[in-house]
Design a binder for this molecule. Sequence first.
Ligand SMILES: NC(=O)c1ccc[n+]([C@@H]2O[C@H](COP(=O)([O-])OP(=O)(O)OC[C@H]3O[C@@H](n4cnc5c(N)ncnc54)[C@H](O)[C@@H]3O)[C@@H](O)[C@H]2O)c1
Length: 250
Amino acid sequence: MRLKGKTILVTGGASGIGLATVERCLQEGAQVVLADLPGPAGGLRAQELDEHHPGRCLFLPCDVTSTDQVDQLIADTVAQFGSLDGVFNNAGIGGMNPADSYSDEAFLRVLDINLTGVFRVARAALRQMYQQRRGSIVNCASILGLFGQTMTAAYSTAKGGVVNLTRTLALEAATKGVRVNAVGPGYIDTPLLAALDANAREALIDLHPLGRLGRPEEVANAVVYLLSDEASFTTGALLMVDGGFTAGKS
Ligand SMILES: NC(=O)c1ccc[n+]([C@@H]2O[C@H](COP(=O)([O-])OP(=O)(O)OC[C@H]3O[C@@H](n4cnc5c(N)ncnc54)[C@H](O)[C@@H]3O)[C@@H](O)[C@H]2O)c1
């Protein structure tokens, strides 16, 4: 049990990579707050999981674009479970549009969730973790944090920002007992990719030397490692979980 007794918060925990991470953290013995937008999905998922892990999975609604909601989320997590040992800063949306027709509103919306949302959650978590003098934050970046891709001006900008935000936060937190890292998923088979037709899906598969899309639990395994004490000398790192995508071209 690699996370036994730890309290872990997962944003965007009702679906995809976030949900898989909630499940893996529960299997590893943690108490887990599944945070997601208000609505039935998060509560239902948490209720199902709590039946298998009694008293250890709680849904708290939170929109990461709201500083007030994020600050309240951290306070409620600590009030419920007594501490905050780990955060998976995962909530995010996609967004495909050519740059020359991206509206300010659409561009800023992606940044507000995928980059500023990560900052808001990290800031509130760090305040708590600095008091405890322990904690681990894992931010969700992407292969598009390292590479550009047509139609992703906002998304790739946000994910590139997450990578460098992670490094800066890691440096600030290093002397205070807190580690900050990121994971960089390749294309993962989640609802985020649901809109793709068969041809687009095949094209994405071809980008990965391992010859398939990733599975949410494969990212979750990397997150669990970074959250756990096994990663005690790792901070400021970007751990790619991308089937070889960023290794180069063959
Ligand atoms: N699926 C992929 O191929 C892939 C690749 C690289 C990175 N990622 C990243 O992984 C993360 C999770 O993606 P996923 O594929 O599991 O997507 P998903 O759509 O299955 O899950 C995303 C979750 O985030 C929640 N969310 C969206 N906006 C929110 C907000 N404002 N506040 C709180 N929660 C919000 C959604 O409700 C949803 O439950 C994202 O950061 C995404 O950018 C995904």
